[in-house]
Design a protein around this ligand. Structure first.
Ligand SMILES: Cc1ncc(C[n+]2csc(CCOP(=O)(O)OP(=O)(O)O)c2C)c(N)n1
Ligand SMILES: [Mg+2]
Length: 524
């Protein structure tokens, strides 16, 4: 098959799969694919996004895939370009996102020779389904990534009349084989990790059980507790739990992991890939749970009362603290700024955990979307994921909320050429000049203070405003107390709002919150 025919076939297959967008990074070997993508864009069939940095291109496609649920291709040339897709492919693999890497390759006969830009591309992403022909993508699912490697031979430019039409029909089958009916009885809590969907909230409501939902679970709504993760540090509650209904991928706290490691009945909607510890004999993996009737003991009321008390205590710590509580004020302001139908993409490290400490549940049915790359919790690619999510979903307002290192690590996400689709997205950077998360972990203990700044905190002193200027992105530097007003102003462009926050009192802040909540020590 000629390279142009492969490119035509690719677009036709993508249309069959219902793809809406295609991300392309430049290159010669991938030229026919790029030309086909540009033609499909010109015909209004696919929206094309061009990026020069393949790592960011892949995270951009990932962001689109995460909010649309549709197969989203990222197209690269051969060689190191392919390897740059790996971080996003791994995140897609561990968060079941339908990211499709389409990599141009030299003809196989050149492999193992000194031919330019030629390496072993098949199987370069272990664990990711591999295809070497466009026909294969008809068999794709929307539950994870795939790698399509196309050996393209010359000529790489031909006069082509790009006429596209979908090939055949695609009917993804969603099967719910394993539905477990559960009765009230055992004292139950519902844990909602990343990407739980609203099912966790619905199950908690049906059973009248406490709901502890991570910010990106999709279930931090309605009855979800505000201080759920803190309550898991309270022995008088947590030690009495007899059963857990677990949804999504829980990664934020050791207290959650400890609960899911206990020798009690645990029902996890999903499989081992989203369950954070090796499953013991009392863990069952199911596709769905149906709750037969409601728990009418006072179990939920106990959790709600404790939640109210702990949330008030946390609020008073924040209120009475000085600037050391600014990171939590930033988190609260960002959460409060997301309107109904709004979007929030949250970075790893403290931003997601700070939200988890202070974010009250949103009302049910207002369709906010909160996205986080919790598959592998990387700090890479977050800006591009946010740009992709903002472009992939029509939102009333779109925000990203990241730490400074996360921002700097993925700052090439701001490199968007003129004429490319550009999102209305406000990126809030909590800048504490380094990684503050380590201060509250083991490494941050005073006895390890030697070298802590250099090898863990890693301050950079980078000038975020100057960086934004280089990318032509508007930038403001504001105080934590001014942030609510700044976020209330609607933005019709990509913009960066930098909030300087202190890092040196992080450990003390965690300790103060733990003390006021009467928690077991050293829960993160
Ligand atoms: C790609 C990648 N490299 C390294 C890490 C380890 N890591 C976790 S948090 C963190 C620091 C993040 O700093 P920042 O974004 O400023 O957030 P803060 O901790 O200050 O809230 C690092 C390096 C990671 N998660 N992902
Ligand atoms: Mg930081």
């Amino acid at each position: 098959m000629s390279a142009s025919a492969a490119a035509l076939g690719l677009v036709n297959r993508l249309l069959t799969l219902g793809a809406t967008d295609i991300v392309v990074a430049p290159g010669s070997r991938s030229g026919p694919l790029a030309r086909a993508a540009a033609a499909a864009d010109a015909q209004g069939l696919l929206r094309l996004h061009v990026r020069v940095d393949e790592r960011e291109a892949a995270f951009l496609a990932l962001g689109i895939a995460k909010v649309t649920g549709r197969v989203t291709p990222v197209v690269t040339t051969s060689g190191t370009a392919v390897a740059n897709l790996h971080p996003a492919m791994l995140e897609a693999l561990h968060s079941n996102a339908p990211l499709l890497a389409v990599t141009a390759d030299r003809p196989g006969r050149l492999r193992g020779t000194g031919a330019n830009q030629t390496t072993v591309q098949p199987g370069i992403f272990p664990g990711v389904p591999f295809l070497d022909a466009v026909e294969g993508i008809g068999g794709l699912t929307v539950n994870g990534p795939a790698h399509l490697n196309l050996e393209l031979d010359e000529p790489l430019t031909e006069a082509v009349d790009w006429r596209f039409e979908p090939v055949g029909a695609w009917d993804p089958i969603f099967r719910l084989d394993d539905v477990l009916n559960v009765e009230p009885g055992p004292r139950t809590v519902v844990i909602a990790g990343d990407r739980s969907s609203r099912r966790a909230r619905q199950v908690a409501e049906a059973g009248n059980w406490p709901l502890i939902a991570e910010p990106s679970s999709g279930s931090r709504t309605g009855p979800a507790l505000t201080s759920g993760r803190l309550l898991l540090g309270r022995p008088e509650l947590v030690d009495r739990v007899e059963r857990v209904m677990s949804f999504g991928h829980s990664t934020l706290g050791r207290a959650t992991t400890a609960l899911l490691s206990r020798d009690i009945e645990i029902v996890h909607v999903g499989d081992q890939s989203t369950f954070p510890v090796p499953a013991g004999p009392r863990v069952s993996f199911v596709d769905e749970v149906e709750v037969e009737s409601t728990d009418d003991s006072g179990w939920l009321a106990e959790w709600q009362a404790a939640d109210a008390a702990v949330s008030t205590a946390v609020a008073s710590v924040i209120e009475s603290a000085g600037a050391e509580a600014d990171p939590l004020r930033v988190a609260a302001s960002v959460w409060a700024a997301v309107p109904p139908e709004g979007l929030l993409v949250v970075g790893a490290s403290n931003p997601i955990r700070d939200l988890d400490l202070v974010a009250p549940a949103f009302p049910v049915g207002e369709r906010r979307k909160v996205v986080a790359n919790r598959g592998l919790a990387g700090i890479d690619g977050t800006l591009s994921t946010a740009v992709g999510a903002a472009l992939g979903r029509s939102s009333s307002a779109a925000f990203a909320y990241v730490g400074d290192l996360t921002f700097l690590h993925g700052s090439n996400g701001l490199l968007i050429g003129p004429g490319e689709p550009r999102p209305d997205l406000t990126i809030v950077v909590a800048n504490d000049d380094g990684g503050s998360i380590f201060a509250a972990l083991e490494q941050g203990a005073p006895e390890y203070a030697d070298g802590f700044e250099r090898v863990f905190a890693t301050p950079t002193g980078a000038n975020i405003g100057a960086l934004c200027q280089a990318f032509g992105v508007p930038h403001e530097r504001v105080t934590a107390s001014d942030l609510p007003d700044v976020l209330a102003k609607t933005s019709t462009d990509l913009r960066v709002v930098e909030v300087p926050v202190p890092r040196d009192a992080r450990r003390e802040l965690s300790a103060a919150i733990a003390a006021v909540c009467a928690l077991r020590p050293m829960e993160d």
